[in-house]
Design a protein around this ligand. Structure first.
Ligand code: ZN
Length: 379
């Protein structure tokens, strides 16, 4: 990797890091039109009427860092970028951008719009990286709900179906924050309660059942704890249909007190704008880890500040790198590129000021860039 992009005393170290991206999704499988692409570079529910999605930090970052990889000058205008991207085709764009990210291993969550993006195997092939799977608890439940016809059968079968679905996975993931919020009852619901809820859902539903009931979501969460793999929780920013204030990870404290004795690692994903809260929880709970993915590419040049804030109170052994990219491979590239730039600038300044020793700074880059993930997920 070109270390010109990472000036300062840590430039070479950061350029050479083989990252583990502990939370990502596959790159786009096929070509999309420009409105679709623009809708994929914002979390908003629809393209906003005030102009193009390129007029944002992520849009500017795409033009700065991705354009040269498509043989254009840095900062090429959106129309030129789009024309060149279309000319090269999705496969070639994926090959170039994923190849340049310098990510050695992706942990890929397969539960979200899986048909539109590459499978973990395909993503690995095109990026030249390794890929391991993370299984979404709610997706497994929705699959099972399509096969059984009573709450009793659902409760009897879910744990073994989850076991089988995650046989080769390195982690599980819950989206309880999207569907209910973290301010739910922290207790494990008893089986009779879950049976009742599922029977009621079957009674009311025509067609596929969507898992959104808080009792059912809590049941799945506790089944995730029982499964014993690192359990990822979507937290903070990242979906138009969530009530953001209910996705503040501090609301999880009563639940975390119950889970901590199990030793199951709880991985708080992305967290923005609650990354400081997540860092606090990582200090308070032995089994809590966090990342600042997603916030990095959406904040572009301002990601330096988010990375600085992520290094306030959290132990350096409790933070992981992630992109949380989904779809356009620009996002996989930017996650890595902007994190490398931000951390080398933030920590490099402390080395420059004589506050940190160079050797300690290099060690922290390795911890967050890949070692913490390899230890926690046993990669
Ligand atoms: Zn995600």
């Amino acid at each position: 990797m070109d270390h010109e992009a990472f000036p300062g005393p840590l430039g070479e170290t950061v350029a050479g890091l083989s990252l583990v991206d502990h939370h990502a999704h596959g790159a786009l499988r096929g070509a999309v039109d420009r409105p679709t692409f623009e809708s994929m570079i914002t979390e908003g529910p629809r393209p906003h009427s005030a102009g193009t999605a390129f007029d944002s930090q992520v849009g500017f970052a795409i033009r700065r860092w991705c354009a040269p990889l498509l043989d254009l000058p840095a900062h090429a205008p959106p129309d030129e970028y789009w024309a060149r991207r279309s000319e090269l085709g999705q496969e070639e764009v994926n090959r170039r951008l994923l190849g340049a990210a310098g990510t050695a291993t992706y942990l890929i969550e397969t539960g979200y719009l899986g048909d539109a993006v590459l499978t973990p195997e395909e993503h690995a092939e095109v990026s030249g990286a390794a890929a391991r799977e993370v299984v979404r608890l709610e997706t497994v439940a929705e699959g099972l709900l399509g096969q059984v016809d009573s709450g009793r059968d659902f409760v009897a079968e879910y744990p073994s179906v989850l076991e089988e679905a995650s046989r080769l996975a390195v982690g599980t993931k819950s989206i309880i924050a999207y569907r209910a919020g973290f301010d739910v009852d922290p207790q494990r619901p008893d089986d009779a309660e879950v049976v009742q809820v599922v029977d009621r859902l079957f009674g009311a539903a025509s067609g596929a059942v969507r898992v959104a009931d808080p009792v059912l979501l809590r049941y799945l969460l506790w089944c995730g704890v029982d499964r014993g793999l690192p359990l990822q929780l979507h937290s903070g920013y990242g979906d138009p249909d969530l009530d953001l204030h209910r996705a503040n990870p501090l609301l999880l404290m009563p639940w975390l007190r119950q889970v901590e004795p199990t030793g199951v690692p709880v991985m708080l994903l992305h967290n923005y704008p609650y990354h400081r809260e997540a860092g606090y929880l990582a200090q308070m709970f032995d089994n809590v880890y966090f990342d600042v993915g997603l916030g990095l590419f959406y904040s572009g040049s301002q990601s330096v500040q988010i990375v600085a804030e992520s290094l306030e109170v959290a132990p350096f052994t409790k933070q992981l790198y992630s992109s949380d990219a989904w779809g356009p491979s620009e996002l996989h590239l930017l996650g890595a590129q902007l994190w490398r730039r931000a951390i080398s600038r933030v920590v490099g300044q402390w080395v420059h000021d004589g506050e940190w020793a160079l050797g300690d700074a290099e060690r922290v880059l390795h911890l967050i860039g890949h070692e913490n993930a390899r230890r926690v997920y046993r990669l």
